[in-house]
Design a protein around this ligand. Structure first.
Ligand SMILES: [Mg+2]
Length: 238
């Protein structure tokens, strides 16, 4: 499952999201019930996800499938494997600085450094959407080949090309404890459609979170209006 906007409520700034009380326990219960076959598939870096859940390491596909790290139930704690994108090059760092500086001139626009990716958020300043898109398009030209832009909810991200949430599901489903199971995927944003496509092909179940007018064109087989509804359903299963 995705985190922001799916399991967790969206917050005014990306740093302000937090799992409510009992969320970590619920996830650990579900993970145990599935013999470890539970993964968090997110645009966030793996390290950020670990910081949300102190004292425990879930299986995480980070940066839209660029990083993959098995949870402690599956493997001894190790580093995340990287599937796309080199370590930041001089051109990447230049593009990142350009965006970070440009954001300072736009009140309410927030820069997020994700290591091998970066993002500009305009949730608090939707009037700057066009400028944010232009800045990120300039950054893409600056960093060169091997990257792409991912627009999301009030955010534009620049990420390594070559991986997405669908490829993350395929990688997970090829290995124990996921292999041989029927996949279920939940997400709330356009970047989650890649995993719905893969899960539907595998005869699994896909679920998109969001108000009906936002989810009308989704490939997901099922819909729920809000993260709170999703958590209630997950708690019932747990
Ligand atoms: Mg999301």
């Amino acid at each position: 499952m995705d985190l922001d906007g799916t399991l967790l409520d969206l917050a005014a700034s990306p740093d302000a999201v937090s799992p409510g009380e009992g969320t970590q326990d619920m996830l650990q219960t579900l993970e145990a019930a599935a013999s470890g076959a539970l993964a968090l598939i997110t645009g966030r870096p793996v390290a950020f996800v670990d910081s949300l859940f102190p004292g425990y390491r879930f299986t995480v596909a980070g940066l839209h499938g660029t990083e993959l790290r098995p949870g402690e139930r599956i493997a001894p704690p190790g580093a995340a494997e990287t599937f796309a994108g080199e370590a930041p090059t001089a051109a990447f760092r230049h593009g990142r600085d350009l965006v970070r500086n440009a954001a300072q001139d736009l009140p309410g626009v927030l820069f997020e450094d994700k290591g091998r990716a970066f993002a500009l958020h305009y949730r608090q300043a939707p009037e700057h959407r066009a400028e944010v898109e232009q800045i990120m398009e300039r950054a893409l030209i600056c960093v060169g080949d091997g990257y792409l832009l991912r627009p999301g909810k009030c955010v534009v991200e620049l990420c390594p090309a070559g991986a997405d949430k669908g490829t993350a599901i395929r990688r997970l489903m090829a290995e124990p404890p996921f292999a041989g199971r029927i996949p279920f995927a939940a997400g709330d944003d356009v970047t989650d459609e890649a995993m719905f496509r893969v899960v539907n092909e595998m005869n699994g179940l896909s679920l998109r979170i969001g108000e009906p007018e936002m989810t009308r064109d989704s490939l997901a087989m099922a819909k729920l209006p809000s993260p709170a509804d999703f958590r209630t359903w997950m708690r019932r299963i747990a």
